[in-house]
Design a protein around this ligand. Structure first.
Ligand SMILES: [Fe+2]
Length: 381
């Protein structure tokens, strides 16, 4: 047993990484008794105490920091593993906190491919699929059943369907009165979907039902890889695209969505978390005109990089396959095709990134990490 010295607002614990300071309010909130074992929700309110929590004494005992509180009749046993986690990561351990693996034009053979029947029946296959979607941002489900419920059955393995202006599902095929360029036979420039929505859809499913046309190759790239390449080659352009928001829309007879987005999304640590790009849904830039003097060249440079062969993966969408990808990271497009050369029909829908990570965490806690598959597929490719 080791006694711990007390300071005014917190105490310092000797951990594997050295002496680490913890605030008393944080420690009181970290007491395991704060969480109800049945609902797993927080039942302690730190604001309910008459004064800020202060300890009478603190000691290390077995694998816990034991605090006898002066301000209430309570002894907390805080696991040292929790303190170690915060000392090393600054947050609780997250099985879904998988670092993205940036990929380039040679990636197509390395995309995870999992048959639909395995996703539906085997938690290990679901772990493989969801792990790949977090790490690579893209995966392919093969051997999709041909019935109308095939796509929703697959989506529900990952999360609830997120509706968009088009409803729960959208069909990508030639339409007489198209509401979107996707519903024509023309080429579709590299884009992320629906940036005009307040929160653009997180994860996109594109189920290829039929494809017998000439042309119409599907195009994908890792927007995070392009953004990192821009940061390396032109840091000032990267900063302009990461710091400023530009307007997007989605308009038709019955809707008028508008939202401002950053073209390059970064987290608090400056890491790239995604990109937003869509020339066909981009509104007139409303940044100050003198800022546009430097913003436009950076923006155009980024758009041109998205056409470079070093980043682009091209493949033919095969009937029976469903491509799933992170709509905030993976940028997609399509080459034009000859409309009367055959039929091309893709059905799509969305779920969100939070649902994807939630599903992966539950599987990981059950012992299905999907990591073995990821490593094996990379080594064999
Ligand atoms: Fe799209």
């Amino acid at each position: 047993m080791t006694q711990i010295d007390l300071s005014t607002s917190g105490l310092t614990v000797p951990l594997s990484s050295g002496e680490v300071y913890f605030n008393y309010c944080w420690l009181r909130d970290a007491c395991p008794s704060c969480i109800d074992s049945q609902t797993r929700e927080r039942i302690f309110d730190v604001a309910s105490l008459p004064d800020l929590p202060r300890p009478l004494s603190a000691r290390l005992e077995n694998d816990a920091l034991v605090i006898d509180w002066k301000t209430e009749n309570q002894v907390s046993h805080i696991p040292l593993a929790l303190l170690e986690s915060f000392a090393t990561r600054g947050r609780t351990e997250d099985p879904a906190g998988i670092s993205p693996k940036l990929w380039y034009s040679d990636q197509a053979p390395h995309f995870a491919r999992v048959p639909q029947h395995a996703v539906l029946s085997d938690p290990d296959a679901r772990a493989q699929l969801t792990h790949a979607l977090i790490e690579d941002g893209i995966a392919i489900v093969t051997d999709m059943a041909g019935d109308d419920d095939s796509l929703p059955r697959l989506v529900e393995m990952i999360g609830s369907i997120t509706p968009s202006a088009e409803g729960l599902f959208f069909d990508v095929r030639v339409e007489i009165e198209p509401t979107n360029l996707a519903f024509t036979a023309g080429p579709l420039e590299m884009h992320t979907d629906l940036p005009g929505e307040e929160a653009a859809p997180g994860v996109q499913f594109l189920h290829c039902i039929e494809n017998t046309v000439e042309g119409g190759l599907s195009l994908f790239l890792d927007g995070a890889a392009v953004a990192e390449a821009l940061r390396e080659e032109d840091p000032e352009s990267f900063r302009l695209l990461a710091d400023n928001k530009i307007p997007f829309f989605y308009r038709h007879d019955n809707w008028d969505y508008r939202a401002h987005q950053r073209v390059i999304e970064t987290d608090a640590d400056g890491r790239v978390t995604g990109v937003t790009i869509s020339q066909h849904l981009q509104d007139a830039m409303d940044l100050p005109q003198d800022l546009l003097d430097s913003y436009y060249p950076a923006f155009i440079k980024f758009l041109k990089m998205m056409q470079e062969d070093r980043f682009l993966v091209r493949f033919r969408s095969e009937a029976g396959n469903c491509v799933i990808f992170d709509n905030h990271r993976i940028v997609h497009g399509r080459e034009g095709y000859v409309a009367d050369s055959g039929k091309r029909h893709l059905r799509g829908c969305y779920t969100d990134r939070g649902a994807l990570r939630s599903t992966y965490r539950v599987l990981a806690k059950q012992g299905y990490s999907g990591r073995t598959f990821s490593e094996a597929s990379r080594q064999s490719a």
